[in-house]
Design a protein around this ligand. Structure first.
Ligand SMILES: [Zn+2]
Length: 468
């Protein structure tokens, strides 16, 4: 309570309330005491009533820079583009400058001293970390009044004063000028959409104030992981899904794969342990396919047959689509397309078609099996870094993370992909026929022949299904 509270000055609000009641009762003017309900703003974290205390603070100017900041927002490439609006809306909603001083412990100290006599604020030389509440003042005398006593600042900076330096830090601002010149603005800021108004905005403000430039070329804004009912997770609502048990049960790669494959860039998604389990099944499939292929030593090149050329044409299409998506910082397309390719095409169709040849050491089949696996590992490495690297190290030596993304193979007959629906329909038809006639998949079946349109695959298809 301030002076304005008269007799109650100096008390806390709680104390003043109690004393007001006692005083009123002492005067005999209290008719009754009853519980009522009224609206009180509560702290989001502690759930205690919010109390407004006026105090002096340092502010960083921002209102007067709204126009150049809007312009800079327009100069950065957003992924997805629609999330630029989050930044623009925040810039438009600013009504005060940025209060940057905080009264708390354990943060970056504000490097200021004040003259003990006239109160002038003094800034020490840059290049050193100062703790004004503890360190001796680095000044001889006050330039204003020549006093020699100084009082160190005991407040700290707002968190985002530090965080807004991250792009300056990684580009070695004031540490390595040549490196900084070459690398500022930084290439990419990846972050969640809930901190656009803080991390991205303040980084933009600070880069504008110190460099007059945009902070990044690209900004990648990802969505939030929500709970099963679609609510944002908070400690206070106790709907937080801890990561450790999920990692323990399914592995970190399964969680990464789930996050990449669940929604398009920038969209929120609901955390689902079922789907994380599904991601693990896909990774187990990748592992098992790799283990099968590891039975055949890799060879540099082989004489290709039609089936090999067909799957390499499909692989080219996959590589092309995934590379295009990665250019857009999109992991949703590569994760899903690689799964579809491995699970629905490569493993059930191609691998089965060439199994017999591979066991005979046919160089076309062995070459193609390894070529496809290597490209799949390279495509998936950014999303599932651990299992792809483990497989790569075991089978090929070195790290998959030292590899480039795969390129389109030249000389592949792209038109063969037109036959894919027919190949897959034929295989499905034979599998169904065996099922209907209770013939195990590995046993011969008669009465089925390879259609004319698939004649070039006839050898492989005949051996795959043991067509009699
Ligand atoms: Zn002074």
């Amino acid at each position: 309570m301030t002076k304005a509270a008269g007799a109650y000055a100096g008390l806390t609000v709680e104390e003043a309330r109690a004393k007001v009641l006692t005083d009123l009762q002492a005067q005999g003017v209290v008719e009754k005491v009853e519980a009522i309900q009224h609206k009180t703003p509560l702290c989001e974290r502690s759930r205690t009533p919010v109390e407004f205390l006026s105090s002096e603070a340092w502010y960083l100017k921002q209102l007067e820079f709204r126009e150049p900041l809007r312009k800079i927002a327009g100069e950065m490439t957003f992924h997805p583009p629609r999330h630029r609006q989050l930044l623009l809306d925040w810039i438009d909603s600013l009504t005060i400058d940025w209060p940057v001083s905080r009264n708390r412990y354990y943060h970056t100290e504000i490097p200021l001293w004040y003259c003990g006599k006239c109160g002038l604020a003094l800034v020490p030389k840059p290049g050193k970390y100062y703790r004004p509440w503890k360190d001796p003042a680095p000044f001889e005398e006050c330039p204003n009044c020549a006093a020699t006593e100084f009082v160190g600042e005991d407040r700290v900076f707002d968190t985002w004063m530090d965080s807004s330096c991250s792009n300056l830090w990684v580009t070695r601002y004031r540490i390595d000028e040549a490196f900084f010149e070459e690398n500022f603005p930084a290439h990419l800021r990846p972050q969640g959409r809930e901190i656009v108004r803080t991390w991205l905005y303040y980084t933009t403000l600070k880069s504008y104030l110190t460099q007059g430039k945009k902070p990044f070329h690209h900004v990648f804004i990802h969505g939030l992981g929500l709970d099963a009912r679609g609510r944002a997770m908070h400690r206070t609502t106790e709907n937080y899904v801890p990561a450790d048990p999920l990692i323990e049960a399914h592995g970190a790669d399964a969680i990464r794969y789930f996050g990449a494959s669940e929604t398009g860039p920038g969209d929120d998604f609901r955390i689902s342990e079922d789907k994380i389990g599904g991601a693990r099944k896909f990774l187990t499939k990748l592992w098992n396919v790799a283990r099968f292929i590891s039975a055949f030593p890799p060879i540099p090149a082989g004489k290709l047959k039609a089936s090999d050329e067909w799957i390499l044409a499909e692989l080219n299409a996959l590589v092309s689509e995934c590379r295009g998506a990665y250019e857009e910082h999109n992991a949703y397309i590569p994760s899903n397309r690689c799964r579809e390719f491995l699970w629905n095409r490569f493993a059930p169709h191609y691998v089965e078609m060439v199994k017999a040849r591979a066991y005979e050491g046919d160089d076309g089949a062995v070459y193609t099996l390894h070529a496809v696996l290597q490209d799949l590992l390279r495509l998936l490495a950014p999303i599932v870094p651990f299992c792809t690297d483990k497989i790569w190290r075991e089978m090929y030596g070195g790290s998959v993370h030292g590899e480039l993304l795969p390129s389109i193979r030249a000389g592949v007959r792209e038109e063969l992909t037109a036959l894919t629906p027919e190949i897959e329909a034929f295989n499905s038809m034979v599998w169904q026929a065996k099922k209907d006639r209770a013939i195990p998949l590995g046993q011969p079946i008669d009465g089925i022949s390879v259609p004319e349109s698939l004649k070039r695959f006839a050898d492989d298809l005949t051996r795959m299904h043991r067509l009699a």
